[in-house]
Design a protein around this ligand. Sequence first.
Ligand SMILES: [Zn+2]
Length: 239
Amino acid sequence: MNPDLQTLIELQHLDTAIAGLEAEIQSLPRKIAEVESQLSEHIQAVEASKKHLAENQRGRRKREIEIAALRDKISHYKDQTFQVKTNEQYKALLHEVEFHEAAIRKLEDEMLVEMIDSEAMEKQLREAERSLAEERTRTERDIAAARQRQQQDESELKEAQTRRAEIQGRLAAPVYETYERIARFRKGLAVSEVRDGTCGACHVRLRPQAYAEVRTNAHIAVCESCARILYSAPEPVTE
Ligand SMILES: [Zn+2]
């Protein structure tokens, strides 16, 4: 194989790896921010549930106090029934008693609904707290892993860039500049493998003469369709 072509293939592999590392390094802080914001959303949801439950409990205590006050009034009316002189007054007091008893029943019904709600809320809150604790652990682990990955990527990137400079040094300036120019226009992919007579990047079939030449890997040839540098992989061994 032409030594320049060999070097260009190596350079392309390395540049693809570098692009992958750079993309991952860029994406990691966003990934960390995402899991952090998800966790904080869930923390807020649990806090809201706690507040809701506390409101429910406050409502019940308020009704308990109201009921106690109504009972006091009822016992006061009942005491008065012993002192009334007329049947009319007696009836009026009984009416008051009934009226306040009805109010108590209404409050008790409301409390029952609140109690049922509160049981469901407590159960939900316990589950939410348990899953939040798990999420906290998971998030911390994910963030630590992402930070470690980032460090590893950065050190791999540094190594790759050192290696790249070394590879670049093996190429004559015009050859390297051709590679760079194609890479710039072709989203970083300047070298393409030919498979079964077709350019692996643009998938256009080569003319037979061009294909025959590429198969020798003796010169630097470019795809007539996408202008990428072509090379041919060794023929697969057939039975
Ligand atoms: Zn092509």
